[in-house]
Write a protein that binds this ligand. Sequence first.
Ligand code: HEM
Length: 402
Amino acid sequence: MDLQFQQFHQDPCLPGHRNPYEIYAALRQQSAVHWCEGPQMWVVLGYSESVELMRDARLSRHDHLDHLISRFGHNGQIYERQKQDLPYMDGKQHAQMRQHVSKAYRGIDMAALASFASQFAVERLSRVQGDEPFDLVALLANELSIMVVSELMGVPASQQLDVANQVSAFVRARGLTQNEQSASGGNEALDVYSQFFLPLIHERRGGSGKDLLSRLIADPEEGIHLSDDQLLLIISSNFYSASLYTLRLLIGTVAWAMASHPATYQRLRNDRTLLAPAVEEVLRWDPPAQAINASSATEDLHIAGQIIRAGDSITALVGAANRDPKVFEQPDAFLIERSPNPHLSFAPGLHQCLGLQLARMQGAAVLSVLCDQFESLHCIQAESRLQVADRFRGYECLILHR
Ligand code: HEM
């Protein structure tokens, strides 16, 4: 375990680790908050402490970015630009922008998108012949996410493939553990996004389009004016980082959870009212976003008997908090009947996920199609691969068969 503790202190989300949860449990027993040398920040593992952190307005995301900017010099440009992006804003500016983005999201036709996601999943999964093995990520998860983003933006998926390839580098530059490579990768990804999105933003400005992109650009009732650079960041992070990346991971984890719990899968096949609670339990048990973005304390804080000094950076490790035995009985068990299931996977607090209904809806749509088309699901673990990507967890390749 010692080596694993050392790994945790270098990279607390233990990217690609088969079972980080037993390490988190052992660490949580020692203390609900740990200092990690790699990312140079405090990491909170307890549930109630994480909830407090998510709600605490004495934390600043801009201040955390300033640490990174001073650490990376010219390469830190990406962090300067991230200041204009929703997850990194603070206070009033954040509240105002959040209101604008959530209003644009409220216009999404969820029923139409659910039926689109189902039809796409039906078409893709019906390509599987008999009990031949297939990679769910390549067959469905990757492209469904891109197709959904296309629907939302009103841009054909074929035009987005190059841009979608940049998503990993962009997301990596939003991780906890940064280095020269992740900083420059983020800058390059944003350059590619600029080439793609700026002409699109210019084309849609002044138009009266009904797609989400147009609604983000302008809302005549609000009178908000967003600069091109601000829009670029918000669109890249909303559509690509937040939506495409996490959804792709959720789809894989939903299927993996079913393959590893065959009796639960059969219950679901017989009773579709269990779909929504099953998706919630997947989100609790193995969350796609293992930690929230880091912030810095603007004054001294006391967390779990520890003083977090003003200026120190800190994050909440959602994957650990979701298995805190003070809140969840049998925290390691996958139990779809948990009720309530107050997991923290959408970061309930000041930066709560704005796409949570979209994520839930698509997770349930895919699970329902799997139930319809596959009387049983098995995973070939030796041929499947977890991705290795900082604070996000899920499959890069998931080999399944009937
Ligand atoms: C399984 C899917 C998803 C998960 C697990 C997830 C998780 C999260 C988490 C943990 C945060 C908080 C980040 C932080 O505080 O640092 C967040 C924020 C956000 N998410 Fe999601 N998300 C998912 C899907 C989506 C989708 C589909 C969209 C939009 C289409 C979306 C849009 C956003 C936005 C805009 C924020 C920033 C909110 C703010 O800073 O005020 N997410 N998400």
